[in-house]
Design a protein around this ligand. Structure first.
Ligand SMILES: N[C@@H](CCC(=O)N[C@@H](CS)C(=O)NCC(=O)O)C(=O)O
Length: 169
């Protein structure tokens, strides 16, 4: 069975990307949650993940002898291994748009990530959507984020993104 190494579910948005993808698609996997004791080389976290992932980071997916690291590579592997799940839209153009959105999300928005790190347990309803809607978002990337969100909304093969649209998008 697939084994997914992840970090803290409250803070590690990277970990939650493949976790949500696999759960949403109904793909079975064993979850291995590693505690972020520290990111020092001699930490238990690094000692555990280093032999699995060359980057020493989570998430990492293990399938038999194969280890796949980095969220986008894990998503692509899952899409190829389970073609019937249609993880990417079947339409060529929609698929290209979806890949563009994912690539942009993956390589960009560092300002947004830095200023708005994930913390699911925190009650931030007062700023939440308003922060991403604000033209004066501290990351200066709000317009681009909105463009990405709008693209997602028109890709009908992504029900997860289309079923709960943010009111501000
Ligand atoms: N580009 C990587 C980023 C993964 C990443 O930064 N993971 C963090 C946890 S949220 C990590 O393991 N950090 C450990 C470290 O920085 O040493 C991916 O997409 O998987």
């Amino acid at each position: 069975m697939l084994k997914l190494y992840i970090g803290n579910k409250n803070y590690s948005s990277w970990s939650m990307r493949p976790w949500v993808l696999l759960k949403q698609a109904g793909i079975e996997f064993e979850e291995v949650m590693l505690r972020f004791d520290s990111f020092d080389a001699d930490s238990k976290f690094k000692q555990t993940i280093a032999p699995i992932s060359p980057t020493g980071r989570v998430p990492a997916l293990v399938d038999g002898d194969l280890a796949v690291w980095d969220t986008l590579a894990i998503a692509e592997y899952a899409a190829e291994k389970f073609p019937a799940k249609n993880l990417w839209p079947t339409n060529l153009n929609a698929r290209a748009t979806a890949r563009s959105v994912c690539a942009e999300m993956h390589s960009g928005f560092t300002g947004l990530r830095g200023n708005c790190p994930m913390n699911i347990e925190a009650h931030l309803s007062d700023i939440g959507c308003a922060a991403t809607c604000s033209a004066s978002c501290r990351c200066g990337k709000a317009c681009s984020a909105h463009t990405v969100a709008r693209c997602c909304l028109v890709i009908s093969a992504w029900p997860m993104l289309t079923s709960h649209p943010c009111a501000c998008v």
